[in-house]
Design a protein around this ligand. Structure first.
Ligand SMILES: [Zn+2]
Length: 269
């Protein structure tokens, strides 16, 4: 089940599950860049939930962007999930070195905004105040308020193994059945993947990856749109470092490369 998201359904088709073991893929994410235990814990949680949310994307051209602003302005998260299974979570530098109680991050002005993007429906954004201390509870609130669907997110981290499960009872599911399922998920938490397979059928499988579509040439295009004067300044300052807003990869343009870009630019002016 490496780097895969499973969509499962109970035998009597009343509750839908998404399950992923993200132990391996999280090592390829920005997780290793987290500097404190608190940041690591928060990152694992958010990254796992983003992997689960890939299940909401049915078309390849669909995307979900999540932006989380915590009470302190410098603490924020940018997440991108696309219909081909690419998942990225980018913490601000301040948040990556946050050392404290995670619950103290929320407070006045903290919010979560979720944008769904698709070719057919365009861009739809919803925002919710981050009132609850837990990220998963916040997202559950979001889905209840904005989509009128019940979605329960669960993340388990145990001896280095990171697993996530998303439970979606269908509208006709009985409360007792939902409760029973929640209890067994909690009971089998350490082997949740195996437990789910015992009372559910796998309906679909999706791949997850941390690849990004960014390439250096894309950033060269961005540099071309800058004023020549600005480019000259960065050429004098030994170049320019640009960072991909999705995966966080850094691209360095040397002074020499910038000068070439200026020449190209001048040809068209
Ligand atoms: Zn990138």
């Amino acid at each position: 089940m490496k780097n895969r998201l499973l969509k499962l359904m109970t035998k009597n088709q009343d509750i839908r599950f998404y399950y992923a073991d993200v132990t391996d893929i999280s090592k390829e994410s920005c997780f290793p860049e987290m500097k404190t235990d608190a940041a690591k814990e928060l990152y694992q949680k958010i990254f796992t939930i983003c992997c689960l949310m890939r299940g909401f994307l049915e078309q390849e051209d669909q995307r979900i962007k999540i932006f989380v602003q915590y009470e302190r302005k410098e603490c924020y998260v940018n997440c991108n999930i696309d219909g081909e299974g690419r998942v990225h979570c980018l913490f601000s530098e301040e948040l990556a070195s946050f050392d404290g109680d995670i619950s103290s991050l929320t407070g006045t002005g903290a919010y979560l905004s979720l944008t769904k993007i698709s070719r057919m429906e365009g861009k739809v954004t919803g925002t919710i105040a981050l009132s609850s201390h837990s990220f998963e509870q916040c997202l559950s609130d979001y889905y209840r308020q904005s989509e009128q669907t019940e979605t329960i997110f669960i993340v388990y981290v145990n001896s280095g193994r990171v697993q996530g499960c998303m439970i979606q009872p269908l509208p006709f599911a009985l409360r007792e059945a939902v409760k029973a399922v929640e209890n067994s998920v909690a009971f089998y938490r350490e082997t949740i993947g195996e437990a789910l397979l015992s009372f559910c059928d796998v309906v679909e499988e999706y791949t997850l990856s941390t690849d990004c579509k960014c390439r250096k040439e894309m950033f060269a295009g961005a540099l071309l749109s800058l004023e020549t004067e600005e480019l000259r300044k960065s050429a004098e300052n030994s170049g320019e470092e640009l960072v991909c807003g999705i995966c966080g990869k850094k691209y360095l343009f040397t002074a020499k490369e910038i000068e070439t870009i200026i020449k190209v630019k001048e040809q068209y002016e």
